[in-house]
Design a protein around this ligand. Structure first.
Ligand code: SAH
Length: 204
C-alpha cells in the first residue's frame, strides 16, 4: 500500500536498481508517455498514462494508494521541477538532467543556480541568479527565447562569457552547441564581471 514517486532518469539507461525494484512491485504505475517508456521493461502492474497532471490526478492517485501499491513515475529526478513536490508519498530519487548537464560541462552543482524556464517566463529569475552566482543552469524547452537571453539589458555590468545549450542529454541525438534543438534542453549561462573588479582598468 502507499504511493511512491520514482525518478526514472533523463534518458534510457539511468534507472537505478532500487527504482527498477519499486516499479516492478507496483500494482499501478502512473506516468507520462516518456516516463512510462523509460520504465517499460520493469512494469508488471497496470499502467496509466497521464496526458496532463492536475488536481484530479492527484486525488485519484491518493485514493488508489490507500488500497494498492501505486508508483508515480517522474522523469529525471522527482525533486527537480518534477512530481515529487506535487504528489503525496515517498520519493525515490533518480538521475536528473541537471546532473547530466553538469557532468558534460564539468561544473560543480554548488557553483550554479538552477532556474526552471520550462513552460514559463523566467528572465527576472535568470538575471537575479546571474548576479548572485555568475553561473546559471536553465531548464528550457523550444519556446525559450535564447536571443532575448543574449540581449538582456538588465545584465549591465556583466558580460556573457559563455552560453552552452545541451540538447537531448543521454540520448543518441544528444547535441551540445549554441542553439535549442529540442524540448529537452538545458542552457548553461556563465557571466563575466566587467566593472566590479576593474581597479581603474577599462579593459574587460
Ligand atoms: N525532473 C526532470 C526535469 C523536468 S522539467 C529532471 O530531473 O531532469 C523538464 C525539463 O528538464 C526540460 O524542459 C529540460 O530542460 C530538462 N530535461 C529533461 N530531460 C532532459 C534531457 N534528456 N536532456 C536535456 N534536458 C532535459
Amino acid at each position: 500500500m502507499g504511493v511512491m514517486i520514482v525518478g526514472v532518469g533523463p534518458a534510457e539507461g539511468y534507472l537505478t536498481d532500487r527504482a527498477k525494484e519499486i516499479i516492478s512491485r507496483a500494482d499501478v504505475v502512473f506516468g507520462s508517455r516518456r516516463a512510462l517508456k523509460l520504465a517499460e521493461p520493469y512494469i508488471k502492474g497496470k499502467r496509466v498514462e497521464m496526458t496532463r497532471f492536475d488536481k484530479n490526478e492527484v486525488e485519484k492517485i491518493a485514493k488508489m494508494g490507500v488500497e494498492m501499491r501505486v508508483v508515480v513515475l517522474s522523469t529525471g529526478d522527482p525533486m527537480v521541477s518534477g512530481l515529487g513536490s506535487l504528489v503525496d508519498g515517498r520519493v525515490e530519487p533518480g538521475i536528473s538532467s541537471v546532473q547530466l548537464a553538469l557532468a558534460r560541462l564539468k561544473v560543480d552543482l554548488c557553483e550554479v543556480v538552477v532556474v526552471d524556464a520550462h513552460a514559463r517566463e523566467s528572465y527576472d529569475e535568470i538575471i537575479k541568479a546571474a548576479r548572485f552566482r555568475k553561473k546559471v543552469l536553465i531548464l528550457a524547452d523550444k519556446r525559450f527565447n535564447l536571443e532575448k537571453l543574449k540581449g538582456l539589458e538588465e545584465l549591465e555590468g556583466m558580460d556573457i562569457k559563455r552560453i552552452v545549450v545541451l540538447n537531448n542529454l543521454g540520448m543518441e541525438n544528444e547535441e551540445v552547441g549554441d542553439s535549442i534543438k529540442s524540448d529537452l534542453a538545458v542552457i548553461y549561462l556563465e557571466m563575466d564581471v566587467t566593472d566590479e573588479n576593474a581597479e581603474g582598468s577599462q579593459q574587460r
